[in-house]
Ligand binder design. Sequence first.
Ligand code: MLT
Length: 260
Amino acid sequence: MSNSVTLHYTEEGQGIPLVLLHGYPFSGAIWQTQQQGLSSNYRVITPDLRGHGQSPAPDGVYEMELMARDVLALLDSLNVQKAAIMGHSMGGYVTFALWRLAPERFIALGLIDSQAGADSEEGRQGRYKTAEKVFEDGSQVVAQAMVPRLFAPSLPDSEPIVEQARTLILNTRPVGIIGTLKGMASRPDSTALLPAIKIPTLIITGDKDQIIPAQKAEGMAEAIPMATLVTIENAGHMPMLEQPQAVTMAIRNFLDELPQ
Ligand code: MLT
């Protein structure tokens, strides 16, 4: 654990710990509504993963396992032995890495607009090209490419969440974006793990996700034995921002059903 970094996080509420991991290149701030809505019954912890938000952004490749070790170090420092751990998109890749490292730390698992597969060779090359462009021209490269595809196509550009997402991306330091792109490119395929995830698992997807299509969520729900699939209508890749109450409700309903 010596190369783990100390993560910035927010924490609200008491009860079963719920760890919400954000995707790339955002921060724990994307979970604000869910944290407020769930903290009446749960201890909701939202870290900023390395290279994101207010956490340190060291040089290097951010392997998903490395990011997972940072989260384990945070849980240790908070005396959290077990938690419901859920990840959005890249946060889901980190969740799989956590499951590989320490399945005993999970009460339940969640995957939100995420996928189990690794990148195709073309996808990997695309990530390396983007990393080069970000090195030259900064985080705006990613904001320009990603913002138009983040939300359901029917969402007007004037909605404040569009600006919020753009700002979060622009505030992510290039070194963090580059480290994460390279780490995602080298992540392992987690598909073979799915049948062995024998704990309650919540899978959420926006029905109009243009980045990771809803079919990926349906495939994972078929392969994971105790999966609950919730499809959020009129949401793209960011249902926690696009339909925040529906996502809060889906997580609450799922957690409330967990054996005590
Ligand atoms: C994310 O939202 O975390 C990313 O879109 C994931 C990815 O690029 O694979």
